[in-house]
Design a protein around this ligand. Structure first.
Ligand code: URA
Length: 230
């Protein structure tokens, strides 16, 4: 397909605007700026407009660096939502695959593909999520062992599944969970007598938050990231 057609179909720009963007050097194919509107590209070519990767319509898969103060729900009467941070041309039928609390920052995945999202959120599928947790108090060795083997949460008789604990600094740990109960990280740390001061999701399965994304920024997932979930 022609490059101007690819840009128009994938970005919401008109064909004329796409041609202008190409002529203005705003489009890269692979690593190179491409100024030829009639250049032929494959449907799965790596095409960027203003450094944002584009993909043709079909199912959509995005990562967002969720800032604090934004809710993961798609609608909220009091707070901005994750969808408010995306271009309106992209939001139709998008849902969040694995919510975060309003004060939690980091990796949020959004998709139109319900089966794909189910693989991320279903307790029957082992899809580990890693959080960077800033604590009120240094984690004791006993508390770390308890988190690793499973703890009982308030008003929940089933102990948590074994978790991964990695110490990063005096009051900072990385905690890896393979389930996603309501406020799970905060409740697990409360169960071992500590308190979460800040929470940031770094990874879901094999998908890591892109370090080039500032809070509030997003990008489409690469084909490799999408396929890593199946
Ligand atoms: N656990 C929590 O307590 N909050 C989140 O946002 C995610 C996991």
């Amino acid at each position: 397909m022609r490059l101007d057609q690819f840009i128009a179909n994938s970005s919401g720009l008109s064909r004329k605007e796409a041609k202008h963007a190409i002529a203005g050097g705003r489009v890269r194919v692979g690593n190179d700026v491409c100024k030829g509107a009639s250049t032929k590209v494959a449907p799965d070519a790596s095409v960027c407009l203003d450094d944002q990767p584009l993909s043709l319509p079909g199912e959509r898969y995005l990562m967002l660096h969720k800032p604090a103060g934004v809710v993961s729900a798609t609608r909220d009467s009091d707070h901005p939502t994750a969808l408010d941070l995306l271009p309106s041309a992209l939001v139709r039928n998008l849902h969040v695959a694995g919510r975060l609390d309003i004060d939690t920052t980091g990796l949020l995945l959004l998709s139109t593909d319900g089966q794909w999202s189910h693989r991320i959120t279903s307790p029957r599928v082992d899809c580990p999520k890693t959080y960077r947790v800033t604590l009120a108090e240094p984690l004791t060795d006993q508390a770390a062992r308890n988190l690793e083997s499973g703890v009982e949460l308030r008003q929940d008789p089933t102990p948590t599944r074994p978790a991964g604990v990695h110490r990063v600094a005096d009051r900072v740990i990385e905690l890896t969970l393979s389930e996603g109960r309501y406020h799970q990280v905060k409740r697990m740390l409360a169960a071992v007598g500590n308190h979460v001061e800040a929470l940031h999701r770094e990874r879901i399965g094999n998908i890591r938050l892109d370090p080039t994304l500032a809070p509030g920024a997003w990008r489409p997932l690469s084909r490799q990231e999408i396929d890593s979930v199946w």
